[in-house]
Design a protein around this ligand. Sequence first.
Ligand code: ZN
Length: 129
Amino acid sequence: MITARYHREKPQRYRLEAGKCTKCGKVSFPPRLVCPKCKTKKFKTINLKDEGKLLTYTVIRVASDKFSKETPFAIGIVEVSDGVRLTTQIADADVEKLKIGQKVKLVFRKIQDDGKAGIHMYGYKAVVG
Ligand code: ZN
């Protein structure tokens, strides 16, 4: 159920809340319980900027039934503040005009899938800004 799931979303999904390790400063998004770098369990909540840079992307031209009407679409790795990298769909973009290094903005969009395909992971998408 998309609606029920939508209302259960945790704050980091729409406010881009990340956890910053109080010991080594490593930023984890989504927040983790244990720092992957120094194993500390103490974090400070920070908000990531909603702007980032497109590091790399791939264009999906053939997708499963659920996403076939959205093709072609692009999945990219976006680097936002504090070196955090997110894998997300690049929405509303002409996939032929995407460029590595261009600026994108993260927007919160309704999740359309349970994430089995792994492309609607956090409920946000990147748009070319
Ligand atoms: Zn740490």
